[in-house]
Design a binder for this molecule. Structure first.
Ligand code: TXA
Ligand code: MG
Length: 315
């Protein structure tokens, strides 16, 4: 398959809508990372997503919709879900909610669960596309277990990317947030942080006016998000919390200058936006990688989560 390179102009948007309506899958920009999108109502399109990613089929997908009304037609929004949606949508927040029995969503999207992960993305190109297509299922547009893409070049990376495996990539430049969405669910009735991400957990707890419940990773329950041990994995071994690089390491700095710094000034938002691109560039040096300590608050918690997964033993 020849992967088409589309720009978000009138022609590119129209072509993207045609491909998606025909059940093809393609990479689309969001403010967090590029997503590998397919029509969420079309089981065959959803199957193509799993196939292109090489993703284990028990791992359910996020559905992207243009607005809250569209979300309400697919999921049951509790009062707390409404509060979070009003505060953070459109944006980098995904809510895991009960799936409405009458929702026209292919069952492969939820991998048979009776809940659905749903998000209203803020990226103007994603917004415009969703208004042409209806709900799009989209995991991050990387092969399963690899680093999430924050540019079209990452999506098409000859080393482990999706070039030739998907119909097209809609190229809107780098993703402004650079980390996947924060995922909140209510598995035991209480709002629970299922995956740290682009919106700090502190901001969500403040909006709810109560702390979030802890999510204890259960390796026996692979449908909990992001719990596969090794995720976001570069090829090189990764040493974390390392202020002291050795001469044979590629060093990812924070709060200091350097060819692989996440932020010269110690800005966590900038570090999040640069994280995945920096990991890819450092990995291409072909040497072990060390990463400076990153503060564990705000977006730093999500950055450290991704770094721990990148450093985890490969499964
Ligand atoms: O920012 C993002 O969230 C990006 C962009 C493209 O929207 N998407 C993304 O999707 O990161 P993905 O598939 O790489 O991660 C979604 C996570 C997975 O870990 C999956 O297990 C979890 O969400 N998930 C999806 N549906 C779920 C459900 N019903 N219950 C629990 N977890 C669910
Ligand atoms: Mg992913």
């Amino acid at each position: 398959m020849q992967t088409e390179h589309l720009l978000p102009d009138q022609m590119g948007m129209a072509r993207a809508a045609i491909l998606l309506a025909a059940g093809q899958v393609m990479a689309i920009p969001t403010e967090t990372v590029y997503g590998l999108a397919g029509d969420a109502r079309n089981g065959q399109a959803v199957a193509r997503i799993y196939q292109a990613k090489g993703r284990p089929s028990f791992n359910p997908l996020i559905v992207h919709v243009p607005d809250m009304d569209a979300a309400r037609s697919i999921a049951q929004m509790s009062p707390e879900a409404e509060t979070l949606a009003a505060a953070f949508w459109p944006g980098a927040l995904t809510l895991v909610l009960p799936l409405r029995p009458d929702a026209a969503i292919a069952s492969l999207v939820t991998a048979g669960l009776d809940t659905i992960a749903i998000r209203v993305p803020a990226h103007p190109v994603a917004q415009a596309l969703l208004r042409l297509t209806g709900p799009l299922a989209a995991p991050s547009a990387n092969a399963s277990g690899r680093i999430s893409p924050t540019s079209a070049a990452h999506v098409l990376d000859p080393d482990g990317g999706l070039d030739g495996r998907i119909a097209a990539v809609l190229d809107a430049g780098p993703c402004p947030v650079g980390l996947e969405s924060t995922i909140i669910g209510w598995p035991q009735g209480c709002a629970t942080l299922l995956r740290p991400g682009g919106i700090p957990a502190e901001a969500i707890a403040a909006t709810l006016a109560h702390p979030l419940a802890d999510h204890h990773a259960d390796p026996a329950a692979p449908n909990a998000p992001g719990q596969l041990t090794s995720h976001y994995a570069p090829q090189a071994p990764l040493r974390l919390n390392a202020p002291d690089p050795t001469p044979d390491e590629t060093h990812i700095a924070f709060g200091q200058p350097g060819p692989f710094t996440l932020s010269e000034t110690g800005d966590l938002t900038q570090a999040a936006a640069r994280l995945f691109d920096t990991l890819r560039r450092a990995d291409r040096e072909g040497r072990p990688i060390s990463v400076a300590p990153i503060p564990d608050h705000g977006l730093g918690a999500a950055i450290n989560d991704r770094l721990r997964r990148a450093a985890a033993p490969r499964g």
